[in-house]
Each structure stands twice: as structure tokens, then as C-alpha cells.
Write a protein that binds this ligand. Structure first.
Ligand code: ATP
Ligand code: MG
Length: 206
């Protein structure tokens, strides 16, 4: 069974993350996608983020109903979270020689050379790189990568945080995640009725 790691701040997890994971599953026949919320993302120090436990809980809610999507606490409590450490932990549970996949968006992949021990990362995984509007990348030498270029999703957690802070609803997260955000008053969203959200985006607007 093919295993992929899908790391992120997931602040909050959104429909784009879920659509990418589903598309990758069917495209590459993945049997298991580990959603790994970052403990304390080294690239985002200083950014306002919801606590780890909130972000993890939202990932759990979003993964519910997809048995192949597995919320992972591998970066829980990490002072800083580094992907290489997560990769090593996951690899320890795989058969020797088994390929480990690492699902990542073009924007994050473009910065891979800034990651701690990036050469070890490149040696340890095969990247599944998903396009993202406005982001190109140059793969580092030696990286094994497979590309998915026909995905063009405009969702972003930062856009969602901005909308919520402005008192607007969003249809870009699953209903259960939106309900959680309201109950816990995350991102400056007014408590209001749990299911309330803006009209659904049509496919063509992605
Ligand atoms: P933020 O705006 O806070 O950075 P984000 O939407 O980029 O949030 P992250 O948690 O930072 O979400 O991303 C986790 C992973 O998902 C990264 O590999 C990122 O590239 C990928 N990803 C997120 N949104 C998209 C998207 N719309 N298209 C392609 N990849 C995406
Ligand atoms: Mg991001």
C-alpha cells in the first residue's frame, strides 16, 4: 500500500487540501495519506496561528469519512517541526526499500532548499508535486518527482483567515470545520450559527 505524507500548517485545513489529496490518491493509487499538522512551523514563526490542538481537531473533522486520510500527531508537541524528522518516523514503520511519497504544493516545493536537511529529504522520498496558481518551481538536483499540473485551486488558508477576520463566511472549508471555527471563535470569526457560510463556489471559479 502506497503511503504519502501531506504536511502543512492546516490553519485551517480547507477544501483545496482535501481535493489535492483525493486527486493524488486516484492519480497515483495511494492507499494512505497522512495529514500531518505542523507543531510549530519554522517557516511561519510570528504568524498568528490557531493552536496545534485546534488545527489537529479540524484536520480530524475534515478527514472523517475518508478511511484513506489519516490525521497524524507525529508533529504534536514539537518545539519546531521539521519534515525530515517526520519522514524518518514514518519510514521506520515501512518495509525496507518501500517508496515513501511526499505530497506537496508547488509553492512549498519551490522553497524545499530552505528546509532543514533538505538533501536527506530529497534522498528519502518521492515528491508528488501539485500545481498552484501563480507558483513555479525548479526541482533540486537528484529529486525524484511526479507532477500533477492539471490542478488549479485558488483556496488558501491565509485567504480564509482574512475573510473570517473580516466577518465574512467561507465555503472553502468543510461544514464541520466551519462549525468548529465558530464554536471556538477562531480567526476572529463571530460565533453565530454553526453551519452558516457563503454560497458554494462553482467549479469554474477554482
Ligand atoms: P497559508 O495560506 O496559511 O500558507 P495554505 O493554504 O498554503 O495556507 P498550508 O497548510 O500552508 O495551506 O499548505 C499545506 C500544503 O498544501 C502545502 O504543500 C501547500 O503547497 C499545499 N496547498 C495548499 N493549498 C493549495 C492549493 N490551493 N493548491 C495547491 N497546493 C496547495
Ligand atoms: Mg502555505
Amino acid at each position: 500500500m502506497k503511503t504519502a505524507i501531506f504536511g502543512g500548517t492546516f490553519d485551517p485545513i480547507h477544501n483545496g487540501h482535501l481535493r489535492i489529496a483525493s486527486a493524488a490518491m486516484s492519480r497515483w493509487g495511494l492507499g494512505r495519506v497522512l495529514f500531518v499538522p505542523a507543531g510549530k512551523p519554522p517557516h511561519k514563526l510570528g504568524a498568528t496561528t490557531a493552536d496545534y490542538e485546534h488545527r489537529f481537531r479540524m484536520v480530524e473533522l475534515a478527514c472523517r469519512g475518508n478511511p484513506e486520510f489519516e490525521p497524524s500527531r507525529l508533529e504534536a508537541g514539537a518545539e519546531n517541526s521539521y519534515s525530515i524528522e517526520t519522514i524518518e518516523k514514518v519510514r521506520a514503520g515501512l518495509a525496507p526499500g518501500e517508496t515513501l511519497y511526499f505530497l506537496i504544493g508547488a509553492d512549498a516545493f519551490a522553497e524545499i532548499r530552505t528546509w532543514k536537511r533538505w538533501r536527506d529529504i530529497v534522498d528519502s522520498v518521492e515528491f508528488l508535486v501539485v500545481s498552484r496558481p501563480g507558483h513555479g518551481y525548479e526541482p533540486p538536483p537528484g529529486a525524484r518527482i511526479q507532477r500533477m499540473e492539471d490542478i488549479n485551486l485558488r483556496y488558501s488558508s491565509s485567504g480564509i483567515r482574512r475573510d473570517l477576520a473580516a466577518g465574512e463566511g467561507t465555503a472553502d472549508v468543510p461544514a464541520a470545520v466551519m462549525a468548529y471555527i465558530r464554536v471556538h471563535k477562531l480567526y476572529g470569526a463571530p460565533a453565530g450559527s454553526a453551519g452558516q457560510s457563503a454560497p458554494l463556489k462553482s467549479e469554474g471559479e477554482d
